[in-house]
Each structure stands twice: as structure tokens, then as C-alpha cells.
Design a protein around this ligand. Structure first.
Ligand code: ZN
Ligand code: ZN
Length: 143
């Protein structure tokens, strides 16, 4: 039984590592099922949280739902408020903020899990089209 559990955990871990860009639990489940048709959704979810608890993967509490991340180094996330896509912020995290917070509050080991939201480029295009394409954006005609 223990061997089976270990194998399932490994399958889940492999799925998180091969699905880049912060898959949802459902996406991971579908991927794992291609390797093991008998694995249940509950088993995949349980293993995901186990792996997050032991620090092998990261659970990202994004506004649209929980995502999982194979990247364990400290980084901020950027979430599209339209489609829910989650990407890594291409900037180093602000260590000064944590340090300053420690100084001001007396707390120790302050870390931040920053989630920024915005509208991704493809949603911007889609919204622009929905609003009437170029016409809507055309500046007023000069007299
Ligand atoms: Zn989007
Ligand atoms: Zn990430």
C-alpha cells in the first residue's frame, strides 16, 4: 500500500513539473489520469496538498481558485482578472518590504506571497474587439 501511495505522489509531482504555468488541481488530475486511469480525483487532490505541506510544490491562492507551482523560490504572481491565467512576475521580490515590516512590527521571518492582478494582453485584445474593434478606439476626427 505504501509503495502505491509513493507512486501516486510521484505521478502528481511529475504532473505539476511538466505542466508549466501554474496548473489548477483539475488540470493536474486530467494529466495524471493519462498515466494512471484508475487514480481518483480525491487521491490527486490529497497528494497535491501533501506535496504543498512538505514544501515540494507551492500552493498559490489565486483569486480565481487555487493553483500549483513547481517553482519554490520566492516570487510574486500576476493573475489575469478576465481569464484567470497566472504567470510569474518577472522581477525579484521586494526583500526590503519584509525587512522593513520586521523592523516596524517586531515580527520575525516575515515573508510575503504577493499576488498582483491585471488584464493579460490576449484578454485586452478580446475586450477591445468586443467593444467594437478599432472604431471604438478611434480618436475624434480633427476639424
Ligand atoms: Zn486574460
Ligand atoms: Zn509561480
Amino acid at each position: 500500500m505504501e509503495r502505491r501511495n509513493t507512486r501516486q505522489r510521484q505521478l502528481v509531482l511529475d504532473a505539476v513539473q511538466s505542466l508549466c504555468d501554474h496548473p489548477t488541481a483539475d488540470e493536474i488530475y486530467l494529466h495524471v489520469r493519462e498515466q494512471d486511469a484508475h487514480i481518483s480525483r480525491g487521491t490527486v487532490y490529497r497528494n497535491l496538498h501533501l506535496l504543498a505541506d512538505t514544501g515540494e510544490i507551492l500552493s498559490v491562492k489565486a483569486p480565481g481558485g487555487e493553483r500549483f507551482d513547481r517553482r519554490m523560490d520566492h516570487h510574486a504572481h500576476l493573475v489575469c482578472s478576465e481569464c484567470g491565467t497566472v504567470i510569474d512576475v518577472p522581477l525579484p521580490p521586494d526583500a526590503g518590504l519584509c525587512k522593513k515590516t520586521e523592523d516596524l512590527t517586531g515580527y520575525a521571518n516575515v515573508t510575503s506571497s504577493t499576488i498582483l492582478t491585471g488584464i493579460c494582453p490576449s484578454c485586452q485584445k478580446r475586450l477591445e474587439k468586443a467593444a467594437g474593434g478599432e472604431g471604438a478606439m478611434r480618436p475624434a476626427r480633427m476639424a
